[in-house]
Design a protein around this ligand. Structure first.
Ligand code: PLP
Length: 503
C-alpha cells in the first residue's frame, strides 16, 4: 500500500512563507483585525500548539481557555458551597452564584428578564426535551420542523405523535441545503386558530453550517406558531440577540460555546411561552408543596418549575466565567475570524483538482460564505470519482493529530438530502424494526442501492487560526491523484451514529 506523504507541523508555516498567507490576507483583509485572538490562543490555548493538535471539531465541542479553569477553581476553593435548596449560609452563598449566572446568561443574550426565563438544563437536548414533553400537542395540532435538524429536535416528533398531533417535515434543497420556500409556505399555513402548533429549526445547521433565516421567527409567529430556534451550533460564533429576535424557545449547550463546563445547558424561554407548557411530572425543586396524603402538588413559578432536582450548582458559576470569556474575546471578532477561515477553506478545497481535472471534494451545503457559519461537511473523491472512505480519511487525519468528525452528526435529515436518499430507500431500513447500527446502515446502503454515505465534517471556532486550516488543506492536498485503493481502508468497527457522530 502506497504511503500518503506526511504533513509536518512546519508545512503551514512554509506555505505562509510561499505566498498562501499573503493571498489569504489579500482575500480576507478583515482577518488582520482579529490578531488579538492569536494572542489569546498563545496565552490561553497554548496546549494546542504544545501538543501539536489541530482541532477542527468546534461544532462537536468548543475548547476552554486555561483562565476559565483557573477562575472556576479559585472560586470553588475560596468558598464553602452547599446545595442551593437549603437556607443555610453555604447554601445561600451558592444560590447567589447560581442566580448571578442565570442573570448573566440573560444579559449575554440581551434578553429582557421581564420577558425571558433562563432554565438551566444538562445540555441542549435536555432543554429540547423540556419543551417536547410539555408542549400542549393535541390532535389537530402540529409540529413542523426542517429536515435539517439535530436528532434531539427530531425526537420531539415522538411526543407530538403520541399526543396525536400532525408532524410535518419541511425539506431543504440540495446542493445548498437551504429551506425549500414553497414547502415552508405550505407548512406554515397549516393549523387551526387556537390549536397549539410548534415550529422548530436551527439557527445554524450542525451538518452544513447553513444559517437559516432568523426572520422566520416573526413570520411563523404571525401565523400562530410557537417557534423553537435551536442555537446550539449558532451561539458559539454568532451573536444571538433576544431583543432583536424573539423565539419562544431557545435551547443550547454551554460546552459548545466555551468548552467548559460540560453538563450545563439552558432553555431560554419567553415567559408567555413557558406558561403554555404542561409538565408531565414534578420533581424535587420544581414545586411549592406536594403531599402524599393530599395527593397533590403545586408547581413553582418560572424557571424553578423546570429545573428537576438539584441543578449542576458547582458548575453554573463556570457558565458565567465562560460567557465573560467570550465577551472579552469578542463574539464579533470570533465571528469575523471564523468566516475568514471558512471562506479560505471553501475556496481552496473546491479548487483542488486531480491531474485529470476532476474535483477532490464535494461540499455538502453552500460553497460561498453567504448565510453560513464555520461548519463544512465534505466528501472526498479519487481521480476516477470513487469516494474515499470517511473512516480512512479520519484515520489518516488522526495520524496527523487533526481532529475532524465523521458519521451522520446526529442530523440525519440534512444527510439524507445531501446523499440523495429518498423516503422509499430510508423506509426500507425501518420496516422490520430490528435495529441497525450506523455502520450496518452504511454497508447495506452501499450493497442494496450503491449509495455511499460518506461525510467528513470540519469546523472552526474561537481558537482556530490560519495554520490550523492550512494544516487541513495540506492534509487534503495529499489525496490528490491517489486512488481509493492506494490509501487503504479503515479497521472495521461497529460504530453507532449516536456514539461516534452524536454531536
Ligand atoms: C444544532 C444542535 N442542536 C442540538 C445539539 C445537542 O446538543 P447536546 O448534545 O449538547 O445536547 C447539537 C449537538 O451537536 C447540535 O449541534
Amino acid at each position: 500500500m502506497e504511503q500518503l506523504p506526511t504533513w509536518s507541523s512546519q508545512q503551514g508555516l512554509q506555505n505562509q512563507a510561499t505566498g498562501d498567507w499573503a493571498a489569504f490576507l489579500r482575500t480576507y483583509p478583515t482577518y488582520a483585525s482579529t490578531t488579538p485572538l492569536d494572542e489569546l490562543r498563545a496565552q490561553e490555548y497554548s496546549r494546542l500548539d504544545r501538543l501539536g493538535q489541530v482541532y477542527l471539531d468546534y461544532t462537536g465541542g468548543g475548547l476552554y481557555a486555561d483562565c476559565q479553569l483557573r477562575n472556576h477553581q479559585e472560586l470553588l476553593s475560596s468558598h464553602v458551597f452547599g446545595n442551593p435548596h437549603s437556607h443555610n449560609p453555604t447554601s445561600l452563598a451558592m444560590t447567589q452564584w447560581v442566580e448571578r449566572a442565570r442573570a448573566y446568561v440573560l444579559e449575554f443574550f440581551n434578553a429582557d428578564p421581564d420577558e425571558y426565563e433562563a432554565i438551566f438544563t444538562l445540555n441542549a437536548s435536555g432543554a429540547l426535551k423540556l419543551v417536547g414533553e410539555a408542549y400542549p400537542f393535541v390532535p389537530k395540532g402540529h409540529y413542523a420542523l426542517l429536515f435539517d435538524n439535530h436528532n434531539s429536535v427530531n425526537g420531539i416528533r415522538e411526543f407530538a405523535r403520541a399526543k396525536g398531533a400532525q408532524v410535518t417535515y419541511i425539506p431543504v434543497d440540495a446542493p445548498d441545503l437551504r429551506i425549500n420556500p414553497a414547502h415552508l409556505e405550505r407548512a406554515l399555513a397549516l393549523g387551526t386558530p387556537g390549536i397549539p402548533k410548534l415550529f422548530a429549526y436551527p439557527a445554524q445547521s450542525n451538518y452544513s453550517g447553513v444559517q437559516h433565516p432568523l426572520e422566520l421567527v416573526e413570520i411563523a409567529q404571525a401565523q400562530g406558531w410557537d417557534v423553537l430556534v435551536d442555537c446550539a451550533a449558532f451561539a458559539p460564533t454568532n451573536r444571538m440577540d433576544l431583543q432583536q429576535w424573539k423565539p419562544d424557545y431557545v435551547p443550547l449547550s454551554f460546552y459548545k460555546m466555551f468548552g467548559y463546563p460540560t453538563g450545563a445547558g439552558v432553555l431560554l424561554a419567553r415567559k408567555s411561552a413557558l406558561t403554555r407548557l404542561h409538565r408531565p411530572w414534578y420533581a424535587g425543586g420544581t414545586i411549592t408543596i406536594a403531599s402524599v396524603q393530599g395527593n397533590g402538588y403545586y408547581l413553582a413559578e418560572g424557571a424553578a418549575a423546570f429545573e428537576d432536582g438539584t441543578v449542576n450548582y458547582l458548575n453554573l458559576p463556570a457558565v458565567e466565567i465562560g460567557l465573560r470569556h467570550l465577551v472579552n474575546a469578542g463574539i464579533e471578532m470570533i465571528h469575523t475570524r471564523v468566516l475568514c477561515l471558512t471562506g479560505w477553506l471553501l475556496e481552496r478545497l473546491t479548487a483542488m483538482r486531480h491531474s485529470n481535472g476532476r474535483p477532490l471534494v464535494r461540499v455538502h451545503g453552500p460553497n460561498t460564505l453567504e448565510a453560513r457559519g464555520g461548519t463544512l461537511t465534505l466528501t472526498f473523491f479519487d481521480p476516477e470519482g470513487y469516494i474515499f472512505d470517511e473512516h480512512r480519511v479520519e484515520e489518516l487525519a488522526n495520524l496527523e493529530n487533526i481532529s475532524v468528525r465523521t458519521g451522520c452528526f446526529c442530523n440525519p435529515g440534512a444527510g439524507e438530502i445531501a446523499h440523495g436518499l429518498t423516503p422509499e430507500i430510508m423506509a426500507e431500513f425501518f420496516k422490520d424494526n430490528h435495529g441497525l447500527s450506523f455502520e450496518e446502515l452504511r454497508q447495506l446502503m452501499q450493497v442494496r442501492y450503491g449509495k455511499s454515505i460518506n461525510a467528513v465534517r470540519i469546523s472552526v471556532g474561537l481558537a482556530s487560526n490560519f495554520a490550523d486550516v492550512q494544516r487541513f488543506l495540506d492534509f487534503a492536498q495529499g489525496f490528490i491523484d491517489k486512488s481509493t485503493a492506494s490509501i487503504g481502508s479503515s479497521e472495521p468497527t461497529n460504530r453507532r451514529c449516536s456514539v461516534d457522530a452524536g454531536a
